[in-house]
Design a binder for this molecule. Structure first.
Ligand SMILES: NC(=O)c1ccc[n+]([C@@H]2O[C@H](COP(=O)([O-])OP(=O)(O)OC[C@H]3O[C@@H](n4cnc5c(N)ncnc54)[C@H](O)[C@@H]3O)[C@@H](O)[C@H]2O)c1
Length: 400
């Protein structure tokens, strides 16, 4: 195999990416070799190397110093799975070393950094992919195919709404700190990406945001500071004229909920939680009556719906309407799809599905909710991307 990838950051997500490699290897769709892994914690890089060796039969080189890895191993591309505040610095170094890069979401800590990283990749002619996984779920692919086909007529409203997590630490304490990413940014970029994936570009947003929990409890009962917003409420408008209702409550006590709905003139599309494999719920409005469709009806409405070769191999079907797999397998499949797409994009000279520009839009849209909250008015995403509105971002203290 000729394409050599490195991976930096062997924490939770770095190791989940190795499960993705394992799934590609198992299904005969692996199009690269993991040549090196790097983490400042030898235990983490060791675990990653062990997992990669078990998955592929090849043990990647193991490094604890990122720049040393770049100088020592001949790599074609790099997956960056460190925390957001490191994405820009590592990405720049990798681009300078002649590598194509795929960065975990959010593309960077701030919009200003993202603009720099996108420009740097463009100026050296290297691919910059963003590892955005939710849209790759087969059920979201079918949702998009149905909307594109006009199955619910002209969409005029989307709802993206969720509440969960209570007063607990979500996975790691750094996610609750503004200068490391912040939980509304961390989760929000998935949802701004999926909204644009389904309904096209969003232009303007209005948001209200709050820190509900200034401290969060981890699994051992230890309290950690949390200065980042954990509740974001808002509305947005798509370029098409459709509007969106936005609620991201990461301080939700009691009953959790998740709702993603697209309302069209001809019906509604209910989209289940990502990575659940649950079927879509499409209700058609005909002659003033509502008619729920079956999964077979959905396939008949979307004759062009075919999952790409890698997705079909990983999920076991080309025209899936639902699936039943363990969560860890679903998660690994989606990461494998990102990796295969990144490598194929580089090799064939096309853009990856989620490139730096799209990853940056997803980030800018979440910052638009946050900037809007400070300003008390609707803001345009172009003003965020151009750095014309950046008071919230400046408050992070990380603007370059
Ligand atoms: N797409 C998803 O569903 C999803 C889920 C979780 C995390 N993520 C993203 O993945 C990224 C990583 O998150 P995580 O949960 O794995 O974080 P983490 O804290 O678990 O892991 C970060 C790792 O980076 C290592 N590291 C720190 N400094 C380093 C350096 N200088 N050189 C090499 N390694 C270094 C740490 O030791 C740690 O092992 C974030 O951008 C996060 O938003 C995405």
């Amino acid at each position: 195999m000729s394409f050599a990838l490195g991976l930096v950051g062997c924490g939770g997500m770095g190791r989940r990416h190795i499960r993705g490699i394992e799934r590609l290897a198992k299904t005969g769709t692996l199009n690269f070799e993991l040549a090196a892994v790097c983490d400042v914690l030898p235990a983490n890089s060791g675990m990653a190397a062990d997992m990669a060796e078990a998955a592929t039969g090849l043990r990647p080189g193991q490094f604890h110093d990122f720049e040393h890895m770049l100088k020592t191993v001949k790599l074609d591309g790099l997956i960056i799975t460190t925390t957001p505040e490191m994405h820009t610095g590592m990405g720049m170094l990798a681009l300078d070393a002649g590598l194509h890069i795929m960065v975990e979401k959010p593309v960077t800590l701030t919009v200003a950094e993202g603009v720099k990283l996108v420009a740097a990749a463009q100026s050296v002619g290297k691919r910059l992919a963003v590892a955005e996984n939710y849209r790759r779920d087969p059920i979201n692919r079918l949702a998009r195919a149905l909307i594109d086909k006009g199955a619910i007529g002209r969409p005029y409203l989307a709802v993206q709404s969720s509440s969960s997590a209570g007063e607990n630490v979500v996975i790691t304490p750094w996610r609750h700190l503004k200068n490391r990413g912040g939980i509304v940014v961390d989760m929000g970029v998935h949802y701004t990406d999926i909204l644009e994936y389904l309904l096209g570009p969003m232009d303007s947003v209005f948001g209200l945001n709050t820190v509900v929990d200034a401290q969060r409890r981890d699994a051992n009962g230890i309290m950690h500071p949390a200065d980042a917003e954990d509740l974001s409420v808002g509305v947005a408008q798509f370029r098409s004229g459709a509007v969106a209702n936005w609620l991201l409550n990461m301080a939700g006590r009691g009953e959790n909920h998740f709702a993603r709905m697209v309302y069209g003139i001809g019906g509604t599309l209910g989209i289940p939680g990502d990575r659940t494999g649950q079927p879509l719920r499409l209700t058609m409005r005909e002659d003033g009556q509502d008619r729920p469709l079956t999964n077979d009806d959905l396939l008949a409405l979307a004759p062009e719906y075919h999952l790409d070769r890698v997705t079909a191999a990983l999920f076991g079907g080309e025209r899936l309407t639902h699936y039943e797999l363990e969560w860890a397998t679903i998660d690994a499949n989606l990461l494998g799809i990102e990796q295969a797409d990144f490598v194929e994009a580089v090799v064939s000279g096309r853009e990856p599905e989620v490139d730096g520009v799209q990853g940056l839009r997803s980030l800018a849209l979440v910052f638009a909710f946050l900037e809007s909250g400070l300003l008390g008015r609707m803001v345009h995403v172009d003003d965020i991307l151009a750095g014309r509105l950046s008071a919230y971002e400046a408050s992070i203290g990380a603007t370059p």
